[in-house]
Write a protein that binds this ligand. Structure first.
Ligand code: 5RP
Length: 294
């Protein structure tokens, strides 16, 4: 009850009654800083806890990949259906209108240094600093980690530096498990690499789907999003996506299986329905075909 001056009595403030504190829904994130939680909240939809990230950073070592010949034309039609952009500084700055980003999250590729002309892709540097990431309104910084490769140590050094600066400014880091030509794609390898990345301190890990994927999810204390990998038939890509979500992935960071699809707009919507509505891959494939036919 307010007094004559409109000032509330102390009991109105609920003094002595502890405020309800809700657990943060992003795996492992209860003790992060306010800014970091706010950014993760943009990446992972609070209603589903999941994220559909569109990866189009491939040019950073592949050049003009098929489906990404013109970022300014290839990406904008898909944007309404994604939660998070994942691009390079140059690709984003030159081809994506900032007005298009709206309230969607931005994951920025911050590592570079190799190209498809090299046999060993693991020798990278950090090419985008924290000031630039913040200027670009990034919600996540992504760096490649090459466990078992010749430059494993340097890639973990890169990861550590990005995490150290990211933590200082409340910007989360995503460690991306790299699979070179000779590297295994087994649950054993992914358990090892995702866990190392999480223990160094990354708030998000990107990895590939594999048999026994649930054991990879179980042993990694932070959210894992899956890469799509090389283009495969749409039905198979949707099945992989559905299996990974059923086994506990926090979303997908998919590139080629969306932008190299015979109908990228239909594909991104089918993937979204799996990630956020939990439809199964058969329904998603029907949805893809119906949208494609329109
Ligand atoms: C490169 C990356 C790419 O962004 C990502 O892997 C590409 O996604 P996709 O495999 O779905 O094309 O991180 O290592």
């Amino acid at each position: 009850m307010a007094d004559k001056d409109g000032i509330l009595e102390s009991k109105e403030f609920g003094i002595g009654i502890p405020q309800e504190t809700k657990g943060f829904y992003v795996k492992g994130g209860n003790h992060y800083s306010w800014g970091m939680k706010s950014r993760l909240n943009k990446i992972f939809n609070p209603k589903t806890g999941k994220s559909l990230m569109l990866a189009f950073d491939h040019g950073y070592f592949l050049g003009p990949t098929s489906g990404l010949e013109r970022l300014d034309l290839n990406i904008p039609p898909l944007v309404d259906h994604i939660d998070c952009f994942m691009g390079t500084r140059g690709g984003m700055m030159s081809c994506i209108d900032p007005a298009l980003t709206g309230n969607k999250a931005i994951a920025l590729r911050v590592s570079s240094g190799s190209s498809i002309l090299n046999d060993d892709l693991s020798d990278e540097i950090i090419s985008v600093d924290i000031a630039e990431a913040i200027r670009m309104n990034a919600d996540l910084m992504a760096t490649q980690v090459f466990i078992g490769a010749p430059h494993q140590k340097e890639s973990i050094d890169n990861l550590s530096k990005v995490i150290n600066t990211g933590n200082a400014y409340g910007v989360p880091t995503m460690g991306v498990v790299a699979v070179g030509k000779e590297m295994e794609r087994t649950a054993k390898y992914f358990r090892l690499s995702t866990r190392i990345i999480a223990e160094v301190g990354a708030q998000v890990v990107k990895c590939y789907y594999c048999d026994d994927f649930d054991s990879v999810i179980a042993s990694c204390p932070v959210p894992i999003v899956i890469a799509g990998g090389k283009k495969i038939p749409e039905r198979d890509a949707l099945e992989m996506c559905s299996n990974s979500i059923l086994m506990g992935a926090a979303g997908v960071d998919m590139g080629r299986n969306i932008f190299q699809s015979e109908d990228p707009l239909a594909m991104v919507q089918a993937v979204r329905a799996i990630v956020h509505e939990g439809i199964d891959h058969k329904e998603a494939f029907d949805m893809f075909n119906e949208l494609k036919a329109k």
